[in-house]
Design a binder for this molecule. Structure first.
Ligand SMILES: Cc1ncc(COP(=O)(O)O)c(C=O)c1O
Length: 337
């Protein structure tokens, strides 16, 4: 499948077929593909690439000032997770990670260690860092192991198939972390920035909260936000930033992020409304992070783009742009019926 054009919630393939896109490109296109305000923000930039951690562009500084907490910026989602887990090690001195079954945190070795999906982990098992203590998602993990520097959790699990835990799950994790002197790392890379109807899901309990995907409006950008005061100081390790990338703080991605952070809060009511329509159509999940039984290939034949999800791949997942209209939703449900 080759994409020739993508606009709003529609994708045209190279063979001319038009599809209704319920993926939003893995949840990235929160404001729709080729959002005009984002295209304009890119066109206006006077600095396209600066000097990463040595010199921010002005627009990168503006983004830092706009984020709700001090943050260390990353490039991919996995990168924000790496920052968050390293922050826990630096802050606590304890290397252990408590993570959950069904978790997906990315494929770099440290994020992969915390990931709970065996097909991703198994080929690289000899190289995975740890110790990682795996617990059942949605359940009280009990007293944390003595070596645990953090617990990492998705407020709603994405790739595992839009799994929503019980109401008090995050509070329980907060309490377990407090008892053990561990940090709570909240991975809101998929579910954050409006997708489940909140900007920063888990912010009421997080020590570090990660966002990515939608943040850069289509360009790679992520952030680990430090909700516990002073955590950014654990990174003052010498004259050079010892965890950085060439493209850290990309001005184009930051310019798009400023548009995303301005527009998404206006769409939260719309997300709740669209979420209810999904619910009525038999899709489980929260907001517009949804899944139901089905096959990607069959959906494709009916002109709807979805991705496979679930622990056994038996689900299809919908993470459309937050701008999707009722007409487009009804069209998708009719085509899939
Ligand atoms: C919850 C969650 N965390 C982390 C990641 C990794 O992000 P990236 O693929 O940008 O590295 C993903 C990607 O799907 C994700 O869903």
């Amino acid at each position: 499948m080759i994409w020739a054009r993508a606009e709003g919630c529609r994708v045209t393939l190279a063979d001319g077929r038009e599809l209704l896109d319920l993926t939003g490109g893995f949840g990235v296109a929160a404001l729709g593909h080729r959002n005009p305000r984002i295209l304009e923000a890119w066109r206006e930039q006077e600095v396209v690439h600066a000097l990463g951690d040595l010199a921010d562009a002005e627009v990168t500084v503006r983004l830092r000032e706009t984020l709700p907490r001090p943050a260390k910026l990353g490039v991919t989602g996995e990168d924000a997770i790496e920052i968050a887990l390293r922050t826990a090690l630096l802050a606590t001195g304890k290397p252990g990670i408590v993570a959950f079954d069904g978790a997906y945190h990315g494929t770099g070795l440290l994020a992969l260690a915390a990931t709970g999906l065996e097909p991703f982990r198994e080929p690289f098992a000899p190289w995975l860092p740890g110790p990682v203590h795996r617990r059942a998602y949605g359940e009280d993990p009990g007293a944390l192991p003595g070596d645990a520097g953090c617990v990492i959790v998705e407020p709603v699990q994405g790739r595992a198939g839009s799994r929503v835990p019980g109401d008090r799950f995050l509070e329980t994790l907060r309490r377990r972390c407090d008892e053990a002197g561990a940090l709570l790392v909240v991975d809101s890379i998929f579910c954050g920035l409006g997708r489940v109807g909140e900007m920063w899901p888990g912010d009421e309990v997080a020590d570090v909260l990660c966002v990515g995907k939608a943040l850069g409006g289509g360009l790679p950008l992520s952030a680990a936000l430090f909700y516990r005061d002073g955590l950014e100081e654990v990174w003052e390790l010498g004259p050079e930033d010892v965890y950085t990338h060439t493209h850290t703080g990309s001005p184009l991605a930051c310019a798009a992020a400023l548009v995303v952070l301005e527009e998404v809060p206006r769409l939260l009511d719309r997300v709740h409304e669209a979420g209810e329509r999904f619910e009525q159509a038999g899709w489980h999940g929260r907001g517009i992070l949804r899944a139901c039984a089905g096959s990607m290939d069959e959906a494709l034949e009916r002109g709807v783009l979805v991705v496979p999800a679930g622990l056994d791949g038996s689900l299809i997942q919908a993470t459309p742009p937050l701008t999707i209209s009722n007409t487009e939703l009804d069209e998708a449900f009719e085509r899939l019926a």
